[in-house]
Design a protein around this ligand. Structure first.
Ligand SMILES: NC(=O)c1ccc[n+]([C@@H]2O[C@H](COP(=O)([O-])OP(=O)(O)OC[C@H]3O[C@@H](n4cnc5c(N)ncnc54)[C@H](O)[C@@H]3O)[C@@H](O)[C@H]2O)c1
Ligand SMILES: O=C(O)C[C@H](O)C(=O)O
Length: 318
């Protein structure tokens, strides 16, 4: 019996990812939690004739019940950006929301896989790690910042530009999940050559794809549908690992040895994951000079974002 809990399930991402996961053959129970409208979304989805049983939980009094027995917890709770904002501007509100939800996860399903979507991911993942540590249940192999949308964008934009079969394109994206911390490794796509200007424009498009959606939605939020698709892709990989005992490969922002030499505790890279969590941090391989410069630029930004998350939890303990 596999239970997936979605925290923030009545939101733009929450509703769409719940719809996709309701159709997933490996999900037995889908627990939908939000501070508003969760029962409505759950009742609506529960009429769909697929296997997963859908349950709705509204408000903090019902949070423990939503999480009890969960194998995978997906967290898209919190506010999205408006035009002119950075993801870091969301920290003020979302840090507290994520800290509260991480506390509930630690108490109710400490062995679950956590998939953190709420921004700023570069800081919300360290927040979860620090909360889990406080409760003595931190397993760095099972805490993931969801960066799949960066990979989805890279696959789409590069395939369109080079005429590739998008269904066979799988680009590695490393670093973090904000602007110039997002580093697509275009030099590692087998058999594809780019001009210098293509590399620059594709990289910029991938790094600022989120801003493009925020601008187009014009005050009505950020990416929801493409994010739900990307989040469901990531959860599908975890389900294959947990239920079908497969070892899967995915990029995600996790506590990692990859950039440790540069003083960075959390970093996104390709990972191999099985039913117990991460089993391998795939080495970055050779970076082009352009990618190495992006990496050098990313490190100090990530450092600030990570410290901000860690300090937030430390200070709230005082
Ligand atoms: N990781 C990524 O690639 C990625 C992509 C897109 C969006 N995001 C982020 O995902 C988050 C959600 O975006 P959205 O567009 O779905 O926003 P939304 O406003 O549509 O939905 C957010 C939901 O969270 C709920 N919520 C607020 N506080 C909560 C709490 N304490 N407990 C449970 N639920 C709570 C709200 O009621 C709402 O239903 C934002 O922070 C956004 O920046 C991340
Ligand atoms: O851009 C945002 O604020 C949402 C998300 O992180 C994205 O990449 O679309």
């Amino acid at each position: 019996m596999v239970k997936v809990a979605i925290l923030g399930a009545a939101g733009g991402i929450g509703q769409s990812i719940s719809l996709i996961l309701k159709k997933h053959p490996l999900v037995d129970e889908l627990a939908l939690y939000d501070i508003v409208n969760a029962p409505g979304v759950a009742t609506d989805l529960s009429h769909i004739n697929t296997k997963a049983k859908v349950t709705g939980y509204n408000g903090v009094k019902e949070l423990d019940a939503a999480l009890t027995g969960a194998d995978i917890v997906v967290v898209p709770a919190g506010v999205p950006r408006k035009p002119g904002m950075t993801r870091d501007d969301l920290f003020k509100i979302n840090a507290g929301i994520v800290k509260g939800l991480a506390t509930a996860i630690a108490k109710n399903c400490p062995k679950a896989f956590s998939c953190i979507i709420s921004n700023p991911v570069n800081s919300t993942v360290p927040i979860c790690a620090e909360v889990y540590k406080t409760y003595g249940c931190y397993n760095p192999k099972k805490l993931f910042g969801v960066t799949t949308l960066d990979v989805v964008r890279a696959n789409t934009f590069v395939s369109e530009c080079k005429g590739l079969d998008v269904s066979k394109t799988d680009i590695t994206v490393i670093g973090g999940h904000s602007g110039t911390t997002i580093i697509p490794l275009l030099s590692q796509i087998p058999g594809v050559n780019f001009t210098e200007s293509q590399i620059k424009s594709l990289t910029q498009h991938i790094q600022f794809g989120g801003d493009e959606v925020v601008k187009a939605k014009n005050g009505k939020g950020s990416a929801t549908l493409s994010m739900a698709y990307a989040g469901a892709l990531f959860v599908d990989k975890l389900l294959n690992a947990i239920v079908l005992n497969k070892t899967v490969t995915a990029c995600s922002y996790v506590e990692s040895p990859i950039a440790k030499a540069d003083g960075i505790r959390f970093f996104s890279s390709a990972l191999k994951i099985d039913k117990n969590g991460i089993v391998e941090y795939v080495p970055l391989g050779k970076l082009s000079e352009f990618e190495q410069n992006l990496y050098n630029e990313c490190i100090p930004q990530l450092k600030v974002n990570i410290e901000k998350g860690v300090n937030f939890v430390a200070q709230s303990k005082l």
